[in-house]
Ligand binder design. Structure first.
Ligand code: FES
Ligand SMILES: [Fe+2]
Length: 439
């Protein structure tokens, strides 16, 4: 059981909290590059409980800064994104993307002190179709993350965001909670519904997998396996990577270059940011052997229009206000949830726990050991950073995360789970090798 004190450490990410300070040591994916147009409207951003704006200047450079003007705290969201900077509409002070005040037109020239004024701006880098911000205290930020997907050029990636209305940890834990697949997503699907070559059959036949779980240099990982063809096991591997990343298991391991960030906007809203290599193979077929779609598994990616509200970006159209469009008749007949779309189902259950899950109410079991292992690892790292400044995992050696890949495959049942992983890694497709060579 997670104690109240540990639970408090895990769920709070605002300034000064142990987990918030741990996260601030890492580069954070703040928004999509495509959300910012040169000289366009600034974007309201919530990151780790702080209100910020992002804007792109006339030269295409991006600024991420506290939304408050350092003069009298009017919001720079209302500002004019003018030639080379953002101008506060209250008294006209103007700031470049580094936060430097470059114009102070409401004071006489001999009283001008603009060179002494800086907005609270953060280092920014654009990479892999994303704007990354560094919120930590180092004068020289750490190296950028070296996750395989994050090393690919933007045109080789599909990058998108989805907001969840709940705490970051419960949202993230959905990706490392393996045993839910055979219930939430496929609880009424029978093994014989699948075509003989559909790997989903193994999960319908054996709904309680066996786990191998371990700490890794980048965080934690699990391999969940169940019997497959005679002499074979079917594996699903997934990872947690510091500080808020997951590699989910849903796709063929060999080319599954997918990573997700679960970025706390505040303690009750999370932005999932996903990068997928365009060469990644689709997950096992969601079609039954008779050619009909497996109930509930068809994508349902309708979004509400983005607004300029602090929490107005990337919200699903099926959401708590409409009970995720649950269809009770379909639920009683064919779909376990009555909710359409695997991602919607994940969204529904994690949000249904409440804005911040009450860990004291949980009864975690053997199937939740990846979750308890990951929580322990996070708590250890947050405490070690707070108490003696211990450098958190992968911060200064981000290439260590290149040992992580997720996905599913079959392997002989005589091979240990860790060895099965290493063999599959050695046989994987690595497009980043070519991408890096071309740089
Ligand atoms: S409050 Fe921004 S210029 Fe005065
Ligand atoms: Fe799921």
């Amino acid at each position: 059981m997670t104690s109240k004190r540990d639970s408090e450490i895990l769920v709070h990410t605002g300034p000064g909290t142990p987990m918030g300070e741990l996260m601030r040591q890492y580069w954070i994916p703040a928004c999509l590059s495509s959300e910012l147009a040169a000289d366009g409207a600034p974007l309201r951003l919530m990151l780790l409980g702080e209100r910020m704006i992002a804007f792109r200047d006339s030269q295409g450079r991006v600024g991420v800064m506290d939304h408050r003007c350092p003069h009298r705290c009017a919001s720079l969201f209302l500002g004019r994104n003018e030639q080379g900077g953002i101008r506060c509409v209250y008294h006209g002070w103007k700031f470049d993307v580094t936060g430097q005040c470059v114009d102070m037109p409401n004071v006489l020239p001999h009283e001008d002190f603009k060179h002494k004024v800086k907005a609270r701006a953060f280092p920014v880098v654009e990479r892999a179709g994303l704007v990354w911000a560094y919120l930590g205290a180092r004068a020289v930020p750490p190296p950028l993350p070296e996750f395989e997907a994050a090393r690919l050029p933007a045109d080789q990636l599909r990058v998108f965001c989805v907001q969840r209305e709940c705490n970051w940890l419960q949202a993230l834990e959905g990706d490392i909670d393996n045993s839910h697949f055979g219930f939430l997503h496929g609880g009424l699907v029978k093994p014989e519904d699948y075509a003989p070559d559909n790997r989903g059959r193994y999960m319908a036949t054996h709904r309680a997998p066996t786990y191998g779980i371990t700490d890794t240099p980048w965080g934690t990982m699990y391999g969940a396996h169940r019997p497959a063809e005679p002499g074979q096991r079917h594996y699903r591997f997934a990872h947690f990577l510091f500080p808020f990343w997951t590699m989910p298991p849903d796709g063929p391991f060999v080319d599954h270059i997918v990573i997700r960030a679960w970025v706390p906007m505040d303690d009750t809203h999370t932005m999932m940011v996903q990068m997928v290599w365009k060469g990644t193979s689709p997950p096992f077929s969601r079609t039954a052997k008779d050619g009909t779609p497996l109930p509930g598994t068809q994508p349902n990616d309708a979004f509400l229009p983005n607004t300029s509200d602090w929490f107005g970006r990337w919200r699903r159209a099926s959401n708590p206000s409409n009970d995720y469009l649950i269809d009770r008749e379909v639920q009683s007949r064919s779909s376990y949830t009555g909710i359409q779309g695997v991602d919607n189902q994940d969204q529904a259950v994690t949000e249904s726990m409440g804005p911040i899950v009450d860990h004291a109410f949980e009864h975690l079991g053997p199937s939740d050991r990846m979750i308890t292992t990951t929580r322990r690892r996070l708590i250890r790292a947050a405490k070690a950073w707070k108490s003696d400044g211990a450098v958190p995992p992968c911060l200064d050696d981000p290439q260590a995360a290149l040992g992580a890949r997720s996905g599913d495959f079959a392997a002989p049942d005589t091979v240990d789970w860790r060895e099965a992983y290493d063999r599959e890694m050695a046989a994987g497709i690595f497009p980043t090798v070519a991408a890096r060579a071309a740089e």
